[in-house]
Design a protein around this ligand. Sequence first.
Ligand code: BG6
Length: 509
Amino acid sequence: MDFPTNRQAPQVALQPAPRCTLVIFGATGDMTGRLLMPALYNLARFNSLHPDFRVIGIGHRRLDDEDFRRGLKESIDQVFAARGPQAASSFDPSVWQWLMARTSYLMGDFEDERTYAELIQALAAESGGVIFYFATAPGYFQTIARHLHDAGLLKQAGGRWRRVVIEKPFGRDLPSACELNKQLTRVIHENQIFRIDHFLGKETVQNILVSRFANSVFESSWNRLYIDHVQITAAEAIGVERRSEFYEQTGALRDMVPNHLFQLLAMVAMEPPNSFDADAVRTEKEKLLDAIHIQTPFEALQNSVRGQYQSGLVGGKPMRGYREEEGVAPDSRTETYVALKLGIDNWRWAGVPFYLRTGKALARRQTQIVIAFKDAGHALFRQSAQEKPPANTLVLQIQPDEGLFFHMKAKVPGSKIRIAPVSMDFRYADHFLTGHSSGYETLIYDCMVGDATLFQRAADIELGWEAVLPFQQAWAEGGEIHSYRAGSQGPAAADVLLARDGRQWLSLE
Ligand code: BG6
């Protein structure tokens, strides 16, 4: 048998997407410059956009097309510069020019119907589809949806499809998310709504399904009989940066848990779908989210830790404490770190704890899922005079250094039985050509071709909020916010959360 290590394996080439216009509401915001336009640049680089593709940016600021394009160029330059000199020199100006020749700006108030009248004019020549991308503050979602509907802009006929992409945060809690779903589906058909979670666009997140369901060796042991517990970590080294206004209102739980972390949880714990059809996959994910054990607020308090970073050194560089950041209240009780212990009420996972943690200003950027297997049933080697080596763990490394690492035990060569931990590593970069992508490329392309597999249905969102509700309720009544040093592993209390079960987090180092 031949197993090539196809170092030069090209990316799967995408057909150019169908003809369409992308209308971005909130086009002068951070998200458009930092995430959407770099993703469109990548799609253009691989010829995945239609020759007649267009972008119309809508924003409140008084700009003309040239000002708008200049601002976008500044943003993409910063994005490439941040990736290092090699990436910066790989920027292809001809691809950017191609994209900018198709990009225009419409100044308008999202609450003013004249904006939508102008949009009708601007879209008059579009014979293909239109994607309306809501990259605004969430407070505008309902208003924009209603105006689009009233202006007739959501009507579909023949090949003239209309889709709406809704960014997170989708609500602040269960009631507000239900209300938003209700309002949106009043004016937009559910199959026109694409609720985005960019984690689902990440290659390694999609690879969780392939690792599980294309390799029989894993799936046979993927259950409570063999797995001791699961850890899901999304650690960031950055602080709150320029987003303090948003973050003060949001905090780590809302920002990361019911969306990104629960998507990882669903991918790793769901049952095999009947097929990879959008609905088959989403139904299984939904069943898993529905099986998250709903805790009482008292249990939630016992099973959670909140933290807030104080000043420290991250990667050798000083970072201010959260309360010293511009725009943050000096007595802020917003959490920048959260660790939770969850259970899943189904046959496969009964009794297996899932520990989730996420935070800002931690030792390093590390998004990973650790599957910690149980010890071998019979302790054959207990006589060997050494400390017990750790049990097997499988690490699904989402970012950075994407890959899959299996930590196992092996005999140390020699006449005595000595056991040492060793590791079998698969790194994406060793096998495939990988590039910089944020996940938005895949999701924007999927929306253009009408594939909703990686987008969330209304129920996913509501089930996510339902599972975090007891934590929100418990914390509303007080409870401690533990401080942690920027650049550290997080608050010591998070270690205690696992230590009391005889377990420990995989270190972020
Ligand atoms: C966003 C959060 O949704 O995800 C940010 O609002 C967070 O606070 C970001 O930094 C993390 O995404 P990524 O792709 O950088 O891991």
